[in-house]
Design a protein around this ligand. Structure first.
Ligand code: ASP
Ligand code: MG
Length: 397
């Protein structure tokens, strides 16, 4: 007998028919003799709809009240799913964060889980009940309800799996696994049987949008066996784990990120401490910088370019204009970051050359480049991003 945590995303429980289908998956797992804890997201677009509703009432609602509102979505879907399982004649109970005992820090709208009590969960499991937990929520030190950031139900599921040392944590979604690229963009994309935590982390942060980033971090930290699978097709999904088979591919995936802006500060003094000052300033204002490019100094001056997430663009520009009134500051929103990810590239030369060749073959100009041990990213014109993605994907895979 195993303990299995199953998480179902919003699209998997969007309507009554889908809830019944999910109830079938859960009860089949239970009938196989497993203990089952389920974590569920709000139905369909409920979270977005609630956000819209809030803004009809108040343009700037407090984060505390937003969390109070948004957590209702998960409470509703947990109860509905429990009802569907009841109707099938199985013992089941739905639980909210406070009933389970999921505590979080106090950062409303983007809280982090601090502790999960196993007491209530164990007690329900001892009574052979299927447990349905509302995902995406926690309770802070003020006894207020918090949310864990968008996509946070994945994190709830992995955290519960880690706490109870579950044998497997299955993330059910509307795709049947992790692909080498977005199949809607790259028709030759293939499903991966396995991927490492590190590769998944890179792909998650690059906007592959299968798993939320923090859930992968947690899975890696606590060595949770993760599987990404489809709630619509009963086929094996993608396993996320520490090591994958030796004969693995050079490149695991290609991802595109449009949430990026390039900013350049022109004509900075070519002396020590200039980059330090610039990036400290951005850091103090909580602006994360990604790709950085500094030009060679000429006539005593140099230029520094970097990318930020698009939602930080205005803040970054305001700060820079204030602190560098004598410099020209330019920015470009119409860019994309395209990246190849794969732990195989650590021991293989020529990955960068092959990627650049693929870009050259479709006439795409590279504006910036950055590399890490398992990733190479290029910044390109956004209008070129789809053809670049396909060309790079098909060159490697
Ligand atoms: N319902 C929340 C969201 O849409 C949490 C989740 O789906 O994981 O972000
Ligand atoms: Mg959701």
């Amino acid at each position: 007998m195993s303990l299995i945590v199953q998480k179902f995303g919003g699209s998997s429980v969007a309507d009554a028919e889908r809830i019944r289908r999910v109830a079938g998956i859960i009860t089949d797992t239970y009938k196989d003799g497993n203990d089952v804890i389920v974590v569920v997201s709000a139905q369909g677009d409920t979270t977005d709809d609630l956000i819209e509703k809030a803004h009809e009432i108040n343009a700037k609602p407090s984060k505390r009240e937003m969390d109070m509102l948004l957590t209702t979505g998960e409470q509703a879907s947990a109860a509905l799913l429990a009802m569907a399982i009841e109707a099938l004649g199985f013992p089941v109970t739905s639980l909210n964060a406070w009933q389970v005992g999921i505590t979080s820090d106090s950062k409303y709208s983007n809280a982090r889980i601090k502790t999960i009590s196993d007491e209530r969960l164990r007690r329900e499991l001892d009574q052979h009940k299927i447990i349905i937990c509302a995902g995406f929520q926690g309770i802070n030190k003020f006894d207020d309800i918090t949310t864990l950031g968008r996509g946070g139900s994945d994190t709830t599921a992995v955290a519960i799996a880690a706490t109870l040392r579950a044998d497997l944590c299955q993330i059910f979604t509307d795709v049947d696994g992790v692909y080498t690229a977005d199949p809607r963009k790259a028709p030759n994309a293939k499903k991966l049987n396995e991927i490492t935590y590190d590769e998944m982390l890179e792909l998650a942060s690059l906007g592959a949008q299968v798993l939320c980033n923090r859930s992968v971090e947690l899975a890696k930290k606590y060595r949770v066996n993760l599987e990404v699978c489809s709630s619509f097709k009963r086929v094996p999904g993608t396993i996320v784990k520490e090591d994958v088979k030796v004969e693995k591919m050079l490149i695991t995936g290609v991802a595109k990120d449009n949430n990026v802006t390039r900013i350049s500060v022109i004509g900075l003094d070519d002396i020590p401490g200039v980059a330090f000052k610039l990036f400290s300033l951005l850091g103090q204002n909580n602006i994360n910088v990604d790709i950085i490019l500094q030009s060679i100094g000429r006539h005593g001056t140099k230029d520094i370019s970097f990318t930020v997430a698009s939602d930080n663009t205005q803040t970054a520009l305001d700060i820079l204009h204030e602190c560098y009134p004598d410099n020209t500051i330019t920015h470009d929103d119409n860019v994309s970051k395209v990246s190849v990810v794969g732990s195989g590239m650590q021991s293989n030369a020529g990955v960068a050359a092959k990627m650049f060749e693929a870009l050259y073959s479709v006439g795409v100009n590279i504006q910036m480049i950055s590399t890490s041990e398992i990733k190479i990213s290029v910044l390109i014109d956004r209008n070129d991003s789809d053809k670049a993605l396909v060309a790079i994907h098909d060159a490697f895979i």
